[in-house]
Write a protein that binds this ligand. Structure first.
Ligand SMILES: [Zn+2]
Length: 87
């Protein structure tokens, strides 16, 4: 784990998505859509994080990392990254 990750809080919320939520299929992984109802889901640890997070955050396994200070979003394993719209 890098020193960067140590300073991050990881989100241990229960799965926040529901069956009625809509998954997006076509998006650019480098710059995924951002919006009030748009969430990012890591399918490795089943953690959802808000695309509008106001603090730096990572999923439990650090596959998805939002670095607010650097205005950066990074994904380690794109095959385990999904975007959904909360309904
Ligand atoms: Zn994860």
């Amino acid at each position: 784990m890098s020193s960067f990750c140590k300073g991050l809080s990881s989100e241990n919320s229960q799965s926040e998505y529901q069956m009625k939520d809509r998954f997006l299929d076509n998006f650019n992984t480098d710059s995924p859509p951002v919006g009030e109802n748009i969430w990012y889901l890591c399918t490795v640890c089943d953690t959802a994080i808000s695309s509008m997070s106001v603090r730096s955050i990572a999923c439990s396994c650090y596959n998805l990392i939002i670095d607010v200070d650097a205005h950066r979003f990074s994904v380690k394993d794109e095959s385990n990254f999904r975007v959904f719209v909360k309904s």
